[in-house]
Design a protein. Structure first.
Length: 117
């Protein structure tokens, strides 16, 4: 099982990035999937999640109205569209998948997002 995250980079304040996480060895439709982030010197924190067929989503308050999580079942990929980025969004972003029935979790390797002021 592998989760491959991509799409991070350096962007100016107000810019946009799109993160993608492609799964191999599991089918994301059977998992709750989403993103956490870890700022330098801080603990990992929840950002967004999507479950079931993609009709249920959750976001941390700090990113509501700016980030959009989506899932492409055909590509077995979960994406995070990040708009109106702020320096506070600078972090390593990790995708995860949690089995709905067993709770077993898998994590991607992380992708760095840096927002310059």
């Amino acid at each position: 099982v592998q989760l491959q995250a991509s799409g991070g980079g350096l962007v100016q304040t107000g810019g946009s990035l799109r993160l993608s996480c492609t799964a191999s060895g599991l089918t994301l439709n059977s998992y709750a999937t989403g993103w956490f982030r870890q700022r330098s010197g801080q603990e990992r924190e929840f950002v967004a999640a999507i479950v079931w067929s993609g009709t249920v989503t959750r976001y941390t308050n700090a990113v509501k109205s700016r980030f959009l999580i989506s899932r492409d079942s055909a590509k077995n990929t979960v994406s995070l569209q990040m708009n109106s980025l702020e320096p506070e969004d600078t972090a390593v972003y990790y995708c995860y998948a949690r089995a709905i029935t067993t709770g077993r979790e898998y994590w991607g390797q992380g992708t760095q997002v840096t927002v310059s002021s």
